[in-house]
Design a protein around this ligand. Structure first.
Ligand SMILES: Cc1cc2nc3c(=O)[nH]c(=O)nc-3n(C[C@H](O)[C@H](O)[C@H](O)COP(=O)(O)O)c2cc1C
Ligand code: SF4
Length: 590
């Protein structure tokens, strides 16, 4: 027994243990806190100390004052970082936080110039850009020692050549656009400059592209921003595009103005007109040009007041049904003096192309052409979700539109064009084998005038002057130098297409068929494109729609509305796959 209060030593120890532990924890916590403080503020504090020591030493030896002076801007930066509330990284890590920001900003360049391999850069690989630069420079785009591509990968595709190649392929193939309802058909090149507005592009870029179109004999689409004086300086053929803002042909309320349209569309240099329904990079998006950007020049071109915000609605005010769309197109054709009229769209809901086809059958009005833009298409600026996840990619959209036209017996009247990452002979050949009569390219032509894919188009400081609006940056882009490069890129790309066509045994690329295109679907399997997608025979949608995989979509399509006529959810729930499971995927064959 122990007297009360006289605790045995074994019981006294536990009292000290927590005390020791407590102090240990405090010391550790302090040390950890110190370490954290050191991590966060070390550079800032070190610079402060260095500046102070230098100041003291500088009293005797003035040379040290230079060190103090050199520290001053960094210390000021640190103080500013600590005081600001916007960036948590810079608030917690003054000065050092900027290094992260620097690398974050440099990341695209480091990736593009150091990390990325030749084949996998996005949106366009180094190889793709290099090919355009080489062709624009007058080179052939040749490659020594064989392909670098993995021909066993499931992305690989190729064209089937023939034992009997064509000796004399057409080097400058053209396609006549304009059916019997158009009195001024236009002979188009198979590769043309896709829609890009002045405003999205700089004045010098528009000049250079138009000069190239003039030299090379192909067309230049104005984009929805209207016809600017820069589009007219060199006299290259124009396609005038009208978006939902009707720029250049609108009244004070932003509605279509027939007189203004007729006045400009009748100009000799305007060869065709185009209704833009959507573009792949941002389908279903309207646009806003902020008042600050509406300079007197832009205001005059677009027909809008200076300095006032300018909205392009999501949809057109001139029509709201397929039939009204065709009536509007017919009116544009008439107002332009009988020039071909077309539409441009990125395909979305699959019944809609069929609705347009039904409207053509019902009204007898024929569009002269339809441009299908792939979801992979480019833009000056678009919300990321729209660019990445909305809109059908080119191959699927093109085949769907081709099937709507062929299946409805309309293909002889309506030409089909394709755009979406076309930059080479093989890109043209692929699109044509899947039903396109010609292709448009936007970004490839931007490369040909010097674009380096810096992807700063939306911030106005494009390093090459292609999209910059300031004169200082545009100075670098000399239209008289870049224009001939545009033409050279065009000529050599068509020459590459001619080589591919000849290898497949044909004189003209319109002879290319889906079965000439092969696509690898796995390491041991490759199938021709007509076994991947369905390609309908002529008139089948009119004569026996239920026999096709599009039966549901065709039944849902109506000429008097873009909304489906039937309850597609119920209809498709009762249709057993694979017949209606995909848009146009072939049922698997043994
Ligand atoms: C800078 C820029 C501006 C564009 N402006 C328009 C436009 O005004 N109207 C339009 O229909 N498409 C516009 N587009 C889309 C292109 O015309 C084209 O459909 C799309 O970029 C796909 O072609 P690409 O892959 O060859 O670039 C623009 C594209 C770019 C890159
Ligand atoms: S160089 Fe960069 S900023 Fe300029 S047009 Fe090309 S991608 Fe846009």
């Amino acid at each position: 027994m122990h007297p009360p209060g006289d605790l045995p030593s074994a019981r006294r120890v536990p009292i000290f243990v927590p005390i020791i532990l407590f102090y240990h924890c405090v010391i550790c916590a302090q040390t950890a806190r110190m370490a954290d403080v050191f991590n966060r503020l070390g550079v800032f504090v070190a610079l402060l100390l260095l500046a102070l020591v230098s100041l003291v030493l500088g009293m005797d030896r003035p040379g040290w004052l230079i060190v103090a002076l050199a520290c001053a801007p960094f210390i000021a930066l640190g103080v500013a970082d600590l005081a600001q509330r916007h960036s948590s990284v810079r608030r917690n890590f003054p000065i050092v936080g900027h290094i992260r920001t620097l690398f974050y900003r440099l990341r695209p360049y480091l990736r593009a110039y150091i990390v990325e391999d030749d084949l996998h850069g996005t949106p366009f690989s180094f190889d793709a850009r290099n090919l355009v630069y080489a062709r624009a420079d007058g080179g052939e785009g040749v490659q020594p020692f064989g392909t670098e591509r993995d021909v066993d990968s499931s992305h690989y595709s190729w064209i089937n050549h023939s034992i009997s190649p064509c000796a004399d392929p057409d080097q400058s193939p053209r396609v006549l656009v304009g059916n019997s309802q158009s009195s001024q058909p236009y002979s188009a090149s198979l590769l043309n400059i896709s829609a890009m507005s002045f405003g999205a592009l700089s004045a010098n870029a528009v000049r250079a592209l138009n000069l190239g179109a003039k030299i090379g004999g192909f067309f230049h689409d104005t984009g929805e921003g209207g016809i600017s004086s820069y589009h007219l300086e060199h006299g290259g053929d124009l396609v005038w595009e009208l978006g939902s803002g009707y720029f250049g042909a609108r009244d004070a309320d932003g509605r279509f103005d027939p007189a203004a349209f007729a006045d400009k569309a009748s100009a000799d240099v305007v060869k065709m007109t185009e209704i833009k329904l959507s573009q792949g990079a941002k389908p279903g998006q309207g646009g806003l040009l902020p008042g600050a950007k509406v300079t007197p020049e832009i205001a005059a071109i677009r027909g809008i007041p200076v300095g006032v915000d300018c909205h392009s609605p999501r949809g057109h005010s001139a029509f709201s049904t397929p039939i009204e769309l065709l009536e509007f197109a017919a009116r544009m054709r008439e107002l332009s003096g009988g020039k071909p009229v077309g539409i441009k769209l990125c395909i979305g809901q699959p019944h809609e192309p069929f609705a347009i086809a039904k409207a053509m059958l019902e009204t007898g009005i024929r569009l002269d052409y339809i441009v299908v833009d792939g979801g992979e298409g480019g833009t000056g600026a678009a919300p990321m979700e729209m660019s990445d996840w909305v809109g059908m990619p080119l191959s699927e959209g093109l085949v769907l539109m081709r099937n709507a036209l062929v299946g409805a017996g309309l293909k002889d009247d309506v030409r089909l064009a394709a755009s979406g990452k076309v930059y080479s002979g093989i890109g043209l050949a692929r699109a044509m084998a899947q039903g396109a009569d010609w292709c448009n390219a936007a970004r490839a032509f931007m490369f040909s005038i010097g674009c380096i894919q810096a992807q700063r188009c939306h911030v106005g400081n494009c390093p090459t002057g292609v999209t910059a609006q300031g004169e200082a940056r545009q100075r670098g882009l000399v239209p008289e130098v870049q224009g001939p490069r545009v033409a050279e890129f065009h000529r050599r790309t068509l020459s590459a297409l001619a080589d591919i066509t000849a290898a497949a045994g044909f004189a003209h690329p319109t002879s290319l068929e889906p079965h000439h295109l092969m696509h690898r679907t796995g390491p041991e399997r490759a199938v021709s494109m007509d076994r991947i997608h369905t390609f309908l025979p002529a008139n089948v949608l009119v004569e026996a729609p239920r026999s096709t995989i599009y039966a549901d979509w065709w039944a849902a399509a109506r000429a008097d509305s873009f909304r489906p006529a039937t309850d597609l959810a119920r209809q498709r729930a009762s249709t057993s796959p694979p017949a209606g499971a995909d848009i146009h995927r072939q049922p698997e064959r043994a």
